[in-house]
Design a protein around this ligand. Structure first.
Ligand SMILES: *[C@@H]1O[C@H](CO)[C@@H](O)[C@H](O)[C@H]1NC(C)=O
Ligand SMILES: *[C@@H]1O[C@H](CO)[C@@H](O)[C@H](O)[C@H]1NC(C)=O
Ligand SMILES: *[C@@H]1O[C@H](CO)[C@@H](O)[C@H](O)[C@H]1NC(C)=O
Ligand SMILES: *[C@@H]1O[C@H](CO)[C@@H](O)[C@H](O)[C@H]1NC(C)=O
Ligand SMILES: *[C@@H]1O[C@H](CO)[C@@H](O)[C@H](O)[C@H]1NC(C)=O
Ligand SMILES: *[C@@H]1O[C@H](CO)[C@@H](O)[C@H](O)[C@H]1NC(C)=O
Ligand SMILES: *[C@@H]1O[C@H](CO)[C@@H](O)[C@H](O)[C@H]1NC(C)=O
Ligand SMILES: *[C@@H]1O[C@H](CO)[C@@H](O)[C@H](O)[C@H]1NC(C)=O
Ligand SMILES: *[C@@H]1O[C@H](CO)[C@@H](O)[C@H](O)[C@H]1NC(C)=O
Ligand SMILES: *[C@@H]1O[C@H](CO)[C@@H](O)[C@H](O)[C@H]1NC(C)=O
Length: 628
């Protein structure tokens, strides 16, 4: 979220034990899993798999005695999708014969929803077959929840797209369900049928085509984030060849080849650049968009004389988002896809974590930022090396800082930005999270202290650090916890802000911290007695001027209770205020087994120009007091 605060130092808040600080903070960030959430079929288009292997059939299974195989199709549905699923119905078949998909570790079947299912089919060899395909949603034991029949003809040797809607008759609690495609075994015995680009969508957030899972999108929306960093934070590429390329992610789904993503699994790119932009519009936030800048996470930097085509691709990417359709082919493509007006784009990151290749960043930043700034002077370009290390030109006005540490580190570093020179340089805390309690083995296993889910200790440590964002909101313009989303069935990194499975969403304690900071922003920062940098309780104070409210945020990342007295510099202070408190045991986590272990609790508290507040152990409090 962007910090909206201005520092106003006129009002001194004096007081005995607590009060200091500033405003606004953040959320959104890096996806540790593509929002798969957005589609229900896994491996729906056989992208990037090797034909004729078991692995190519991942998530697909035969029903009855069907023979299924992924083939390198001599007549593929598109040049982007070379593979098809070939179904052969053996002689002597009876009953329904075909195949199913298990979804992203389950499929939620809900009688309140109408599902959109579609696929392409063809007969590789013309036949006299006339019959139908049954499209369905079934339990893994074959109980039918929804089905629709589609007539097909053996004379159909060119690819034909079929779309049907499915309306379940019931809402089973289990998500061990399948999307199924079957034919009558008796009449279809001996036939071979090819399938491509199979798709199943539930209703989506704001009914967007290729859109977001409603429950996940609502969870993000309720956090009131200000920005979304894309594509997926670090997901720019392990190699030059497999880098994220905007133009491979837009247009018809059959024209998207997908790619091997940065975390070892295939990305469908169903959530492409246009879908990311609609995500930003629909969640009422703005993008912080990255361009690939000549360095791949696998460790390769391009030489300076190789950069130009990639600079051009970055220019095209930005033009797709904001260009004039009459001047740019990329912008004209956006217009042809239904969005002639430019999207909002104020921030562009040049690379990601390019501190891994800081020597080559000297010329890569020079050439990328040099060309891009000349063409798009209105955009703020963000450098991704360590601040001022190395010295790069043109001088960056923005840097992206990342830090993963222990809860204790975050508390001890809540004054991290206070010493930064105020000289026209601004900072984006683009990734941060308390990930482990093991300072000597931060990235170790869960049994070595790595957190599976955020805990009250880790979340209150982050909150202590975030009070520093508010105090330094004049230079820290945005911050985002990372990663944002985790599918509990398959993940690369823990902990994450929000977890989900096929049916449910699990906002973590850190999610609630982000939300508390986000929905309680002031528009000015009120200086106050500073917390003791070596102490155990941290705070920041802001004021919403129009609402006439003082907003006090207090983080206590240890078990010891603290008593604070606040002295407010106002004559008219309401005798009561509101406290919203997130508190629980040190190791308490919201997880699939205990989804609501810790949630914010709102109460009325006694306030006044001077008032006491007892800060619970392992807590994050927001006190709202009317004062003028
Ligand atoms: C597919 O694999 C099978 C089993 O390994 C092999 O017999 C067959 O020739 C392969 N087909 C193609 C088209 O590669
Ligand atoms: C149905 O889904 C289950 C997992 O929920 C999977 O084990 C099974 O193979 C799937 N069956 C079909 C036909 O897709
Ligand atoms: C599902 O299909 C219907 C009918 O074609 C369409 O109106 C709706 O927008 C589709 N939903 C999504 C999420 O694509
Ligand atoms: C995307 O554009 C690049 C040139 O910038 C081109 O090399 C590449 O083939 C394009 N990819 C697709 C899928 O169109
Ligand atoms: C643009 O990039 C080219 C190729 O890398 C480089 O030679 C040139 O100096 C850059 N221009 C600016 C204004 O930075
Ligand atoms: C801003 O301050 C940092 C040290 O905090 C220094 O390294 C950098 O050069 C300064 N930037 C400008 C533009 O003066
Ligand atoms: C921290 O990690 C080390 C391995 O480097 C392990 O030996 C140690 O037990 C861990 N400490 C805790 C408290 O889990
Ligand atoms: C201040 O409060 C008003 C009224 O509740 C609200 O509309 C506004 O968004 C708040 N300001 C900030 C910075 O959140
Ligand atoms: C407080 O912390 C600072 C920096 O972390 C350290 O230099 C200093 O010695 C500490 N002071 C006390 C009294 O522990
Ligand atoms: C705050 O607590 C102190 C210490 O217990 C007490 O002396 C004082 O009266 C309290 N102030 C208020 C306003 O309750």
């Amino acid at each position: 979220m962007f910090q909206g605060l201005r520092n106003r130092c006129a009002l001194a808040c004096v007081f005995i034990a607590a009060v200091a600080a500033q405003t606004t903070v953040t959320v959104s960030g890096t996806a540790s899993h593509p929002i798969p959430s957005t589609l229900f079929l896994q491996n729906r288009a056989f992208q990037q798999v090797t034909a004729n292997t078991t692995a190519a059939l991942y998530a697909w299974s035969a029903i009855n005695n069907a023979a299924i195989n992924v083939i390198a199709d001599p007549v593929p549905v598109s040049s982007a999708l070379p593979n098809s699923l070939q179904l052969t119905i053996p002689q002597g078949s009876t009953g329904q014969v075909g195949f199913g998909n298990e979804g992203y570790w389950g499929i939620k079947v809900d009688a309140d929803w109408t599902y959109n299912a579609s696929f392409y089919y063809k007969f590789p060899t013309s036949s006299s077959f006339e019959g139908s395909i049954t499209v369905g949603l079934q339990s893994s034991t074959g109980q039918i929840y929804a089905s629709a029949a589609v007539p097909i003809s053996g004379s159909q040797t060119a690819w034909e797209q079929v779309a049907v809607s499915l309306k379940p008759s019931t809402s089973p609690t289990s998500t061990a369900n399948n999307f199924t495609i079957t034919v009558d075994g008796v009449s279809a015995a001996g036939q071979t049928i090819d399938f491509a680009m199979l798709s199943l969508f539930p209703p989506t957030f704001k009914n967007r085509a290729n859109g977001l899972r409603i429950d996940i999108a609502n969870t993000l929306y309720e956090m009131k984030p200000s920005f979304f960093r894309l594509p997926g934070g670090n997901n720019l590429g392990q190699t030059t060849a497999t880098r994220w390329q905007w133009n491979a992610t837009v247009g018809a789904l059959v024209d998207r080849p997908g790619r091997m993503g940065d975390w070892g699994y295939i990305n469908t790119d169903g959530l492409g650049l246009l879908e990311y932009m609609y995500l930003c519009e629909d969640l009422e936030l703005q993008p912080i968009m990255a361009v690939w800048a000549g360095y791949s996470l696998g460790g390769t930097s391009l030489a300076e004389d190789e950069l130009w085509p990639y600079i051009q691709q970055a220019i095209d990417q930005i033009n797709f988002v904001i260009g004039d359709p009459s001047e740019s082919a990329a912008a004209a493509l956006r217009a042809s896809l239904g969005h002639p007006e430019p999207f909002t784009l104020n921030y562009v990151e040049v690379g990601n974590e390019d501190f891994f290749a800081s020597t080559s960043y000297i010329y890569r930043w020079r050439d990328f930022a040099g060309n891009l700034t000349a063409l798009f002077p209105q955009i703020n370009f963000i450098a991704t090396t360590y601040p001022f290390d190395p010295i790069i030109e043109p001088t960056p006005k923005q840097y992206d800082n990342h830090v993963y540490q222990t809860p204790t580190w975050f508390a001890e570093n809540s004054f991290y930005y206070d010493s930064f020179e105020r000289n026209g340089t601004y900072y984006f805390q683009g990734e941060y999270a308390a990930i482990s309690t093991n300072a000597t083995n931060l990235y170790g296993t869960v049994s070595e202290g790595r957190l599976m889910y955020p805990t009250m200790q880790s979340s209150s440590g982050e909150a202590a650090y975030m009070t520093g964002f508010e105090r330094n909101a004049d230079i820290v313009f945005a911050a985002s916890y990372a990663p944002l989303l985790m599918n509990t069935a398959d993940y690369q990194w823990t902990p994450n802000l929000v977890s989900f499975d096929a049916a449910n969403v699990y906002p973590s304690t850190s999610y609630y911290v982000q939300q508390l900071f986000s929905i309680n922003r002031g528009d000015e920062y009120l200086p106050s007695t500073l917390p003791d940098a070596n102490g155990t309780v941290f705070w920041s104070v802001t004021r919403n001027v129009t609402a006439g409210e003082v907003l006090i945020k207090i983080a206590n990342p240890v078990g010891t209770v603290s008593d604070l007295t606040f002295i407010l510099p106002y004559t008219n202070v309401s005798p009561t205020g509101i406290s919203t408190v997130l508190t629980g045991p040190e190791t308490a986590s919201n997880s699939p087994s205990t989804p609501d272990a810790v949630v914010p609790v709102t109460s009325t508290i006694t306030t006044g120009a001077t008032f006491n507040y007892t800060v619970p152990g392992y807590s994050v409090s927001v006190l709202t007091v009317k004062a003028s």
